[in-house]
Design a protein around this ligand. Sequence first.
Ligand code: SAM
Length: 368
Amino acid sequence: MTAARGTDGVLVDRYGRVARDLRVSLTDKCNLRCTYCMPAEGLPWLAGSQLLSDDEIVRLVRVAVERLGVTEVRFTGGEPLIRPGVVGIVAAVAALEPRPRISLTTNGLGLDRLAPALRAAGLDRVNVSLDTLDAARFARLTRRDRLADVLAGLAGAAAAGLTPVKINSVLMRGVNDDEAPALLRFALAHGYELRFIEQMPLDAQHGWDRAAMVTADEILATLRAGAGPDTEAGLRPEAGPPTAADPHTGASLPRTGFDLTPDPAERGAAPAETWLVDGGPARVGVIGSVTRPFCGDCDRTRLTADGQVRACLFATEESDLRGALRAGADDDELARRWRAAMWGKRAGHGIDDPTFLQPARPMSAIGG
Ligand code: SAM
């Protein structure tokens, strides 16, 4: 499909896709060190002068909402909750007209404390990342012993009304791929919506291996089969058996399989394909970015913490809005540059293309 070049109005690309969902990274720093994301020592962080100020972020989001047709704003990182101005940024974005829907992707640390203020500021809901329910495994995977804090964050978000609270889980072979059913039991028991994300080639260490990746098909098969984390089928002696108990309540999580049927609700541009669990209404989602790409329906545009527009997670080009903004560009000029950046969006991420190159920025510096 071809489209008319976007010189006015929305963020359209040459394939006719319109970006209405803006992901804004508030920082590249994180207080966890997930092994599949960044090395133990962290990364060379952006300097303070490179980061957009709170006012610069709000100005760019305003341009996106008022001039470019953005209707959804998702704050991410790095870890967005470690940005001191996060509540004020949410409040300023919630005051925009037309008011966008506002969500935030977080590892959950500190969310129990911040959830009421974020809710009062206008945050609509959160996605909390959680890959295991076992404290020892969590400590190995994230290199921090903080499972209890994430669980408190989940509970705090639900109590503050940041609903639906969604959980994002990445499964890795031999690490936590035996935990899919327990994670789903846990989510169902507490009204959280679980989404599994296929691991993508976006790690800072460039250690991603397509052959070792846990695929969407495998995730669905494991959920249908059940099998708890400490059953014979799922035993990971090298990692130590994770608990099959609900860490919120201590109740045991049953190990039976699930009946999954395709969700009749229209998917639209959502990255997650969803299934009704045991007839519904509860759902589970799988974001099969690698084996079931959804680039044809992508409606996302991304702004990094240092003010670069990215048309795609996997883009190798960026467009510098910070430089333009600091050089005195007016809103029209910023909007024009943003449209030009999105016009060049590629048809697909090309992971399966032999010429595929992993982007220089890792996931933590783009904003997931
Ligand atoms: N710190 C926040 C968090 O933990 O949600 C936001 C940033 S984090 C980069 C966003 C999401 O990206 C998390 O759910 C994380 O598990 C996921 N992620 C990180 N690296 C990934 C990769 N290589 N493939 C797939 N998902 C990844």
